[in-house]
Design a protein around this ligand. Sequence first.
Ligand code: NAX
Ligand code: K
Length: 483
Amino acid sequence: MKQFCPQNVLPTPAEMAIIDSLASRTVSIEYLMGRAGWAIANALHKRYRPCHTLVLCGPGNNGGDGYVAARYLAEKGWPISVAHYHDRAPVHGEAALAASRWKGRMASYTVEEVAAADLVVDALFGAGLTRALSEEDANLLKAAKKCISVDIPSGLDGKTGKILGYAPMSDLTITFFRPKPGHFLLPGRAHIGALEVYDIGIPATVFNEITINLWENDPCLWTLPTLKIDSYKYSRGLVTVCGGQTMPGAARLSARGARGAGAGLVRIAARDHVKLFNHEDPGIIVDGMPIKGQVADERQKTWVCGPGLTVREVKKILPLLIGHGKNIVADAGALTAFAGKSTSEIVQNLRGVSVITPHIGEFTRVFGPLVHAVADKVEAARIVAQKIDSVVLLKGADTVIAAPDGRAALNHNAPSAVGTAGSGDILSGVVAALIAAGMPVWDAACAAVWIHGECGKLAGFLPRAEDLAACLPQSYHKALFFS
Ligand SMILES: NC(=O)C1=CN([C@@H]2O[C@H](COP(=O)(O)OP(=O)(O)OC[C@H]3O[C@@H](n4cnc5c(N)ncnc54)[C@H](O)[C@@H]3O)[C@@H](O)[C@H]2O)[C@@H](O)CC1
Ligand SMILES: [K+]
């Protein structure tokens, strides 16, 4: 990856608490809260007309931000009221100070007050959420016509994206410094509405003292291979896709993915089934040699194994590839072949692959027993990556890419349009093409996911997998000129 990329980190609430305390050595919490309140007021003023607004202020600093915002909005002429959490003003620290400075209308903490407001600012709980919302608090938020959340919708876990009891479906969420994992992980992402991130004056020097290992995935994070004056097909990368007998379309799509992402040469190891692949596009070599012969070819370093393969085929081919030290993208059949096996058997069979690319169903079927107690998708992917010592690309609308050393990236550029049959096969080919071109495996997996996601935006309405593949060159180009 490109150095450290501090602009892309996604701190958890616990890491954010450390950052806050590091920042407080140089800037006061009162100052940070002032900037946060100012940012909220501006965001509201920019997006909405002044209207009957109720700010629900919780017992901690999230509530403090709400009081400051109310003050600034009142100065801008907004008809604002504030309701203290259970009608008790915060008693500690800067939140108490901010509450004491609020001289406007107080409303009672009731469903009726919430229902009467045109806009409700949810400043109940932010990074300090420790338990599920009570039924009373949930009912209050449910009564809101339109909800704007400070930092994160109350009830949403900023680390995992899970809902603790209840969380509102906000129209807008205003957060500070950096987004948090819970803003992008599902179901959290469905609750935040539009996300605005404000710099409130936390100095970048905090990164000298804290290491954050989770990033938002975008092209700032990795460097794509580009053509050199003397590039040729082998230097651009050779990808071999294992072709299966029963579902040959999967390997064909994977091969298209590899070609579209710039591989210089793509082969399908068809073995006895050449006829099934011969009508694929003419630039793809369909090889009928026995697999042992193909594996012995040292130029064939990078392989996709799994799309459209049966358990029998996987058990025959995968150990050969691992034994020959190939770069292996293990997808679909190469993973489900081990569903229901013991952890040690799974580890034994998969150690040596470069990257696995399960969707959540495959991941659960194979690794469920290993991660069943882990609520957090990022953590679960990290555990498996470390266990099998390969990169885990855990697909979904909130794809996580985890490396064995603990680095992880969270992807959110993919529209739901990419969720179509064959889409994952194409992705496996893209990952392989980037590895074959020389990218480090984690970088290649991150870049492939982003490029694949962009295809979903470029490929028009309701794209098929083939349409996604056709957009790969344009998407690659976009990634190159992103930053
Ligand atoms: N510390 C800082 O430097 C800054 C923090 N900021 C704000 O401060 C927030 C974090 O503040 P806090 O750490 O005070 O935490 P919160 O304001 O999120 O809430 C903490 C309080 O809520 C209680 N609580 C947690 N879950 C509950 C539940 N389900 N039901 C009832 N009570 C519950 C806790 O016991 C604690 O009293 C951030 O989200 C952000 O909005 C901003 O003011 C900017 C600066
Ligand atoms: K909140």
